[in-house]
Ligand binder design. Structure first.
Ligand code: UDP
Length: 322
């Protein structure tokens, strides 16, 4: 059985569904602070547990026969991590240390982890490969880097088998409309653009139009959440024969203005747009070299056209369930 920590969240819930669709047995553990109970596929077992509470973790490991853990449970607001780093070091770093303690107590030595391109910091070159130096520029990115480093030490000392997947910008929703993206507060570009189009928000503010990019707005690598889910399954299957970090992106960069144009095309409506100053800490361009994911995991993203990704997010926006 696979334990998905944080399986009620955005990427976690899509991975749970994908695992179940591919014949895996899954138990989800989540504290439901940011996760949604409705996002957890009814075919999965569910346990309320918190990384801060080892008793709740032991309850899960004692009750089920866990072969491997996929660990999504983290706080992930960059701005908040600057204002309240305690919250991030406690939950993300100490919480993961607790999880590893309990895994080792129960003899579970396989983990796939949600890492992030934020561990690279300001890029020295693009596309970013896994050899790019890691100099995160905010506490969120630093917590994720520390966890990657813990894994390497636990591998040496305790034989931990680990793959950290460094996501670029997760986007889109399940193609069947059953689950999707729902954050409170929402800070991500694509859902905010779609809410501006639907009228749920007044407008979208474009953070900076004077970057050194062709249209002056920031370039990111938007990767469909179902392609991320697929990569997690492939990573679980690879545990034991490979330890380390793997980028997950499409390798294609899309600017903020291009996202808005694509969303207008998909929805057939105008997006009320305001130009605003740059947001602190936003690099001009981030996109992945995904060669390693293709070679090691045999992974290939199914969604390579940004309009197709936005279409799934728009379908969800029109008919959200939570
Ligand atoms: N962005 C924007 N307006 C918003 C939210 C985001 O212009 O209201 C831009 C942001 O500056 C970045 C891109 O959209 O260049 C993606 O931001 P998001 O927060 O979705 O992801 P991040 O790249 O920060 O992880």
């Amino acid at each position: 059985m696979i334990l998905v920590m944080g399986g009620a969240g955005y990427i976690g819930s899509h991975t749970v569904k994908h695992l179940l669709d591919n014949g895996y047995e899954v138990v989800v553990a989540d504290n439901l602070i940011y996760g949604h109970r409705e996002a957890v596929d009814p075919r999965a077992k569910f346990e309320l547990a918190d990384l801060a509470d080892k008793v709740s973790l032991r309850n899960v490991f004692g009750k089920y026969s866990i072969d491997a853990v996929i660990h999504f449970a983290a706080f992930a607001y960059v701005g908040e991590s600057v204002q309240n780093p305690q919250k991030y070091y406690h939950n993300n770093v100490i919480g993961t240390s607790n999880l590893l303690d309990v895994m080792l107590e129960y003899g579970v030595k396989k983990i796939v982890f949600s890492s992030t391109c934020a561990t690279y910091g300001e890029p020295l070159y693009t596309p970013i490969d896994e050899k790019h130096p890691q100099n995160p520029i905010n506490p969120y990115g630093r917590t994720k880097l520390m966890i990657e480093q813990m894994f390497a030490d636990y591998e040496t000392a305790y034989g931990l088998q680990h793959i950290a997947l460094r996501y670029f910008n997760a986007a889109g929703c399940a193609a069947d409309g059953s689950i999707g993206e729902s954050h409170t507060p929402e800070t991500h570009l694509i859902p905010l653009v779609l809410k501006a189009i639907s009228g749920e928000r007044q407008d979208i503010k474009v953070f900076g139009t004077d970057y050194d990019t062709p249209d002056g707005t920031c370039i990111r690598d938007y990767i469909h959440v179902e392609d991320l889910a697929l990569a997690h399954r492939l990573a679980v299957e690879k545990l034991g024969s490979y330890n380390g970090c793997i980028n997950l992106g499409t390798g294609v960069g899309t600017s903020v203005k291009e996202i808005i144009v694509a969303a207008e095309h998909v929805s057939g409506k105008k997006c009320p747009t305001e130009y605003a100053p740059r947001r602190a800490g936003d690099p001009a361009r981030l996109f992945a070299d995904n060669t390693k994911a293709k070679e090691i995991l045999g992974w290939q993203p199914k969604y390579t056209n940004i309009k197709d990704i936005i279409q799934t997010a728009w379908n969800w926006e029109l008919n959200r369930k939570y």
